[in-house]
Design a protein around this ligand. Structure first.
Ligand code: ADP
Ligand code: MG
Length: 751
């Protein structure tokens, strides 16, 4: 294809264009970070994805009157138009099958909100369908019915033949939901519903009887999008924990800008969910108010798939000039011109009002009436400069009245033009302006030189809460837990890694499911972390997947085979992962002479671990076990437990992934021996609890353990139970042994 798509507004431009002919955005920018850049086909992985099927029907009888060629062209054009909706929301078109299109969200690249994106695409398809029908009805007297079905869950992704696709039950159910849905509707399954119900309006359907499913499948029909803020702010609020220094610093920067009458750029950086928006809310609550001198606050939100350039600016202008979606175009223009006019009067440049308003109208999608000197067909670069000056003039006008705080959310999603504009304003505005940008660290990966050369600029890195603070937060989120659940508060606190959003989501899940197990990962958290993993370069991400098999801590040497297989420069990639704060070097290594690392966040490790196919993980666990055994040398007793763990993992993964029975049998024998020795090694150190667990794992390795081993290991397990003072456990173990003796003797006698 020799055309270029604009990163800001998605318009198509000729290959040699340097700026978008539609919105003037710079087309020279690098593509979004992540794997899009990598030419290699994505490797096989287990992923959480959302699958969409859209199917055309209802045109067949009309088509009898038409030539096949016309019909085919019409269907083709319609499907392609529908497919555009998939791409608009960041999904990929998997395939066109007959009069059906299949789209995938979350593979090969995950976004934190793939289910919501898919539903928005589905709703967009129905709108597009209505448009297409209007046209084709006029031209060919043909119209289509469109059914859309969507489902979310774990899939296997990878090449089938020479094509990348996703497979699994989730895909089949999505296709069946589409088939069972009402024409003109978007029908979704439970996974999609639960992940997107905060942002999409649904009506519950009668559970659907689907082919190949014994139980009726719960289903919902999407009826529209909700304009409510994201779930975070809907929840009842917990008191702010910690963050006193950061809050004080922010407030002092606002005071300073006010006193000095100069702009200040503040960037608050931190991982998703760490509390950026919450910190901003605290700031705005403290500064906003009716009293004289209190700053004006204008908010702008950047979105991951805005389709509108400068969307944060657009929101700021809408709020400032009270432009509402429902206004007629004429009324909107009048109000904009009046508002801009008043500001330009105060700035002493009344003559610039009309042109300034016309430039801003472009971003707002408002058409100035005929006769107004619009921006015209100027050189895009010049037009952009003109737009920036117009924005600057309006901001300066507002600053003349009162100090202005621009609160910009999720700036890591801002288009390039918006980032340039923010820097432009921070550099050149004259007046008391504070621009607070909230962003994830990805912003700096995209723009390493962010805020460079801006005199008054502060970056606040928001770190996860401390261990004590996190426990305080979790306790506040689940009042009464200390008396009831006991260990659950520290467990959730530890697993959340100091991330308040993760802690909240885990608590919600516990409450919803009524359990006290802190293990399961909420899908929101899973999605956020998967998206973070996918934002890394291929080599970084793949290395993390392999590291996850080694464990929460891992050694450089244990990754050598994986790095060779995947063509990864090991040292370099580990350094990058460390730079990006995903892994940290341990001060001391448990294996002499081996550099040791650990995952910074335990949940990242868990998500990464789930992604490699089970068969690959099985092989890798054996490899890691061998590595440790080899390096441990004389000190094998200290490591035999770890080696045994890798082998028993390999056994269960091998069984689940259909490993050759002979190979599996060998692995099992090896694992049994290792677990047995690990139990002995632990028992020798009076580490009785651990010994008990190891023997237990050995006994559970297989149902048809030979009676001799069962008796021998069982006896040892009974001994350690007794040493721990757990008489009842010891008795239970011995009884089970006896039981086995008896049945096997009986069997022997019968035989
Ligand atoms: N210091 C804190 N004390 C209590 N709750 C917090 C704190 N920081 C964040 N939260 C809560 O955690 C959730 C996620 O925070 P949020 O500010 O939305 O994260 P971010 O904007 O960094 O993604 C919100 O519900 C927020 O109220
Ligand atoms: Mg936020």
């Amino acid at each position: 294809m020799n055309s270029k798509r604009c990163p800001a507004c998605s318009a198509t431009n000729p290959e040699r264009a340097r700026f978008c002919m539609e919105c003037g955005a710079d087309l020279g920018v690098a593509p979004a970070p992540g794997r899009a850049r990598d030419a290699e086909p994505p490797p096989e992985e287990r992923r959480h994805a959302t699958v969409l099927f859209a199917d055309l029907s209802g045109y067949t009888s009309a088509a009898e009157r038409m030539d096949h060629e016309t019909v085919k062209a019409l269907v083709d054009r319609t499907l392609r138009r529908l497919g555009e909706e998939v791409e608009r929301f960041g999904g990929t078109i998997d395939k066109f099958i007959g009069d059906n299109v299949m789209g995938v969200f979350g593979a090969p690249v995950a976004h934190e909100d793939d289910p919501e994106r898919a539903v928005r695409a589905g709703l967009g398809m129905q709108e597009a369908m209505a448009e297409v029908n209007r046209e084709s009805e006029e031209r060919n007297s043909v119209s289509f019915l469109l059914r859309v079905g969507i489902n979310s869950g774990e899939v296997m992704a990878g090449a089938v033949g020479d094509r990348y696709t996703v497979m699994g039950d989730v895909v089949n159910v999505a296709a069946r939901l589409q088939g069972a849905g009402r024409p003109g509707s978007v029908t979704v399954g439970g996974g999609t519903y639960r992940a997107s119900r905060d942002r999409i309006a649904y009506e519950r359907l009668e559970p659907l009887e689907l082919k190949g499913k014994v139980e009726p499948v719960p289903a919902w029909e999407a009826t529209g999008t909700l304009e409510a803020p994201r779930s975070g702010s809907l929840r009842s609020e917990t008191p702010l924990i910690g963050r006193t220094d950061e809050a004080a610093l922010l407030a002092s920067l606002v005071d300073r800008a006010q006193d000095e009458g100069r702009p200040h750029l503040v960037t608050v950086l931190g991982q998703a969910g760490v509390g950026k928006s919450r910190l901003m809310r605290e700031l705005l609550d403290s500064v906003e108010g009716p009293e004289a001198g209190a700053p004006t606050v204008r908010r702008g939100q950047c979105l991951p798939y805005a389709g509108v350039s400068y969307i944060a600016l657009v929101e700021v202008l809408r709020e400032e000039f009270e432009l509402h979606g429902a206004d007629s175009p004429g009324a909107a223009w009048d109000r904009l011109l009046e508002g801009v006019g008043a500001l330009m009067d105060e700035l002493g440049q009344p003559e610039a009002a009309e042109r300034t308003a016309a430039l801003l109208a472009m971003t707002l999608g408002i058409e100035p009436p005929g006769g107004v000197a619009g921006p015209g067909a100027e050189d895009p670069q010049r037009m952009r400069e003109a737009l920036f000056s117009a924005a600057r003039a309006v901001i300066e006008g507002i600053c003349l009245r009162r100090p202005l705080v621009l609160a910009l959310e999720d700036v890591h999603w801002a288009d390039e033009g918006m980032l340039d504009l923010i820097e432009h304003l921070a550099r050149l505005v004259q007046g008391p302006l504070v621009i607070v940008c909230l962003a994830r660290e990805e912003l700096l990966e995209r723009r390493p030189g962010w805020a460079g050369g801006i005199e008054d600029s502060t970056t606040i890195s928001l770190e996860p809460l401390s261990a004590d603070e996190t426990r305080e937060l979790v306790a506040a989120l689940m009042p009464g837990a200390e008396n009831g659940g006991g260990a659950v508060v520290p467990q959730v606190a530890e697993r959340s890694g100091g991330n308040p959003l993760f802690a909240e989501e885990m608590v919600n899940r516990l409450i919803e499911e009524g359990t006290t197990e802190a293990a399961a990962l909420p899908s929101t958290v899973q999605a956020l972390l998967a998206a973070r993993l996918d934002s890394l370069a291929r080599t970084e991400r793949r290395l993390l997947l392999h590291s996850a098999v080694v464990g929460q801590t891992f050694w450089e040497g244990s990754l050598v085979p994986a790095a060779e297989e995947e063509g990864i420069d090991l040292g370099d990639t580990l350094a990058k992962l460390e730079q990006k704060d995903l892994v940290v070097t341990s001060p001391r290594s448990r294996i002499a002479g081996e550099r040791e690392y650990s995952f910074k966040h335990i949940l990242i490790r868990d998500v990464a671990y789930g992604m490699l196919p089970k068969a690959v993980r099985c092989r890798k666990h054996v490899e890691v076990g061998e590595f440790i055994r080899d390096r441990a040398g004389e000190q094998i007793d200290a490591f035999v437990g770890l080696v045994a763990e890798h082998y028993s993992r390999a056994v269960s993964l091998g069984a689940e992934s259909g490993l050759d029975p002979d190979v599996l049998g060998e692995l099992r024998a090896e694992a049994l021996e290792l677990l047995d020795s690990a139990g002995d090694a632990a028992a020798a150190l009076y580490s009785n609890g651990e010994a008990f667990e190891r023997y237990q794992a050995a006994l559970e390795l297989t149902d048809d353990l030979d009676p001799g081993s069962r008796a021998r290991i069982g006896e040892k397990q009974g001994d350690v139970a007794l040493r721990m003072g757990r008489v009842d456990a010891a008795v239970a173990v011995w009884e089970r042994c006896l039981e086995h003796h008896r049945t096997s003797e009986d069997l022997a006698r019968v035989a």
